[in-house]
Design a protein around this ligand. Structure first.
Ligand SMILES: [Zn+2]
Length: 179
């Protein structure tokens, strides 16, 4: 098979979710490493990448939060479909085939390189519902949209989107606004 020329999907126009999949091999070409200082405590050794423009916006947001005395850190970022496959199988094994916490490979927004799972020292950098009780979360609710980050799976929309409520999962939309 000849090598395909793949194009990066323009930010904000990507269609992916429970009912839309990306090519298994889709990987943006402009992924860059998230600097260590913006990562959660136990994430320093992990492979952690975002698309270039997304990282820039993320850093602006984190620095601005910090000026308000609020700490936001990246816990998970880009995931290739091959890694999502491992997470998906693990989740099915643990929670059964109807689990809604982990997307199938090709169906995760994390494959876009525009998504960050964030947390704060207030909950020891965990990805759990109690993130919604933190100052970091309240800051995100009030300010993240100024940096084009939006919570993908809210209490209001998560049933419709087919996943669980994830207060920690932020997607960058660039010049677009999610519907
Ligand atoms: Zn996530």
């Amino acid at each position: 098979m000849s090598e395909q020329v793949r194009q990066d999907i323009p930010i904000g126009q990507e269609k992916v979710g429970q009912w839309h999949s990306l090519d298994y091999s889709y990987q943006p070409s402009d992924l860059v490493d998230v600097p260590l200082k913006y990562r959660g405590e136990d994430c320093k050794d992990r492979d952690m990448k975002l698309r270039k423009g997304v990282l820039k916006a993320f850093i602006s947001m984190v620095e601005s939060a910090e000026r308000d005395g609020v700490i936001i850190r990246c816990i998970s970022a880009f995931r290739p479909a091959s890694y999502q496959d491992i997470l998906y199988k693990r989740a099915v094994e643990k929670e059964g085939p109807n689990q809604k916490s982990t997307a199938k490979p090709g169906h995760s927004e994390h494959q876009l390189g525009t998504v960050v799972d964030v947390s704060s020292p207030e909950i020891d950098f965990g990805l759990k519902d109690s993130f919604a009780d933190t100052h970091s979360y309240r800051w995100i609710l009030a300010n993240a949209h100024h940096y084009s980050f939006y919570i993908s799976y809210t209490k209001e929309n998560h049933h419709e989107k087919g996943y669980i409520w994830e207060p920690w999962h932020l997607r960058y939309w660039g010049n677009h606004v999610p519907d």
